[in-house]
Design a protein around this ligand. Structure first.
Ligand SMILES: [Zn+2]
Length: 67
């Protein structure tokens, strides 16, 4: 299961309508339109995705600190 960085939908790799390699990572898209949007502004979507991962990790750290 991977996340479409444009619309945020979770999709299976083999069901992706399109993929794009960017900065050594492969991104998967639910629709050709999502792929097109990503290719126009890849940095915007990569940052969004990395920010979400960062927020998730800091939540885990907060829980560990409280225990
Ligand atoms: Zn999508």
């Amino acid at each position: 299961m991977v996340k479409d960085p444009v619309c945020g939908m979770n999709i299976e790799e083999e069901q992706a309508a399109g993929t794009c390699r960017y900065q050594g990572r492969t991104y998967y898209f639910c629709a050709p339109g999502c792929k097109r949007e990503f290719e126009q502004e890849p940095e915007k979507y990569v940052h969004k995705l990395l920010n979400e991962i960062h927020v998730h990790n800091s939540n885990i750290q907060t829980k560990e600190n409280q225990q």
